[in-house]
Design a protein around this ligand. Structure first.
Ligand SMILES: CCCCCCCCCC(=O)SCCNC(=O)CCNC(=O)[C@H](O)C(C)(C)COP(=O)(O)OP(=O)(O)OC[C@H]1O[C@@H](n2cnc3c(N)ncnc32)[C@H](O)[C@@H]1OP(=O)(O)O
Length: 220
């Protein structure tokens, strides 16, 4: 395998390509709190057995809450800028479905550098991510791996898009327990970046994946 895909020392700034970029630390605490509250609401709504009157009153209250936040809608494609403890920068879409800090649907998956060139993180998936009874949906495990593998390529200085994702489910993944996620680059060939990663529960691999990320070729 050749090593043609050279890491870039500085990631391209999405602002240079017309995207809005929000530094993570500038996300209002009130928005973070609202998003957390909505996550909790989604879990409550998915599992409630409250009586109809309570459900109707709750629906009205949610409709009022929605009215309160109308007006001023963030553009699709807006980015968030993360600064790692070592001072390096990473970008992601602010409403990314897996890790977006302002997306109530995102668990969210929070990743950090592992000190060995790869990334690691922890996530807890509640009943909203259920597939088989009591277990995480395989599609969500694939989504978590896709995000981790893409981030591993990006933190190695080779941001790209997933061309191919291959997932093996080794053991059932339980809900409502901390899951550990890790990923790293294993090789490169021209614009292709090969990455691999795992999801573990209690040290045991429950799902593992490999992907080919194709490096972005951005206009100069
Ligand atoms: C915190 C920030 C981190 C961000 C993390 C984000 C994680 C989320 C990642 C995603 O989910 S990305 C969304 C899902 N992926 C896509 O939407 C990609 C859709 N596909 C495409 O846009 C294009 O097919 C792609 C950019 C992947 C490739 O098109 P290109 O025209 O740029 O490349 P080209 O077709 O010339 O292929 C380049 C190399 O990749 C190889 N390749 C392309 N598609 C492949 C494939 N499917 N499988 C294997 N190899 C593939 C191709 O053979 C070739 O290899 P060689 O150098 O050996 O010739």
């Amino acid at each position: 395998m050749t090593v043609d895909a050279q890491p870039v020392t500085e990631l391209p700034d999405p602002a240079d390509y017309g995207f809005t970029v929000v530094p993570e630390e500038e996300i209002p605490a009130e928005l973070a709190s609202l998003v957390e509250r909505v996550r909790s609401l989604m879990d409550a709504a998915a599992h409630t057995e409250a009586p109809p009157e309570a459900l109707a009153a709750a629906a009205d209250a949610v409709a009022k809450a929605e009215e309160l936040i109308q007006g001023g809608r963030r553009q699709l494609g807006a980015m968030v800028r993360y600064t790692y403890p070592d001072g390096s920068i990473e970008y992601g879409t602010i409403t990314n479905g897996v890790s977006g800090p302002v997306n109530p649907l995102a668990p969210p998956l929070l990743l950090e550098k592992d000190g060995e060139g790869g990334i690691r993180g922890e996530v807890l998936l509640n009943g909203l991510y259920q597939g088989p009874p009591g277990l995480v949906h395989g599609g969500w495990l694939a989504a978590l791996l896709d995000q981790a593998l893409g981030t591993a390529s990006s933190v190695a200085g080779m941001p790209g898009l997933t061309a191919n994702l291959d997932v093996n489910y080794r053991d059932p993944t339980p809900l409502n327990v901390p899951l550990e996620i890790s990923a790293r680059v294993t090789g490169t060939e021209r614009r292709k970046v090969f990455v691999s990663g795992e999801i573990r529960h209690g040290g045991k691999v429950t799902a593992e994946g490999t992907a080919i990320m194709v490096r972005l070729s951005l206009p100069e």
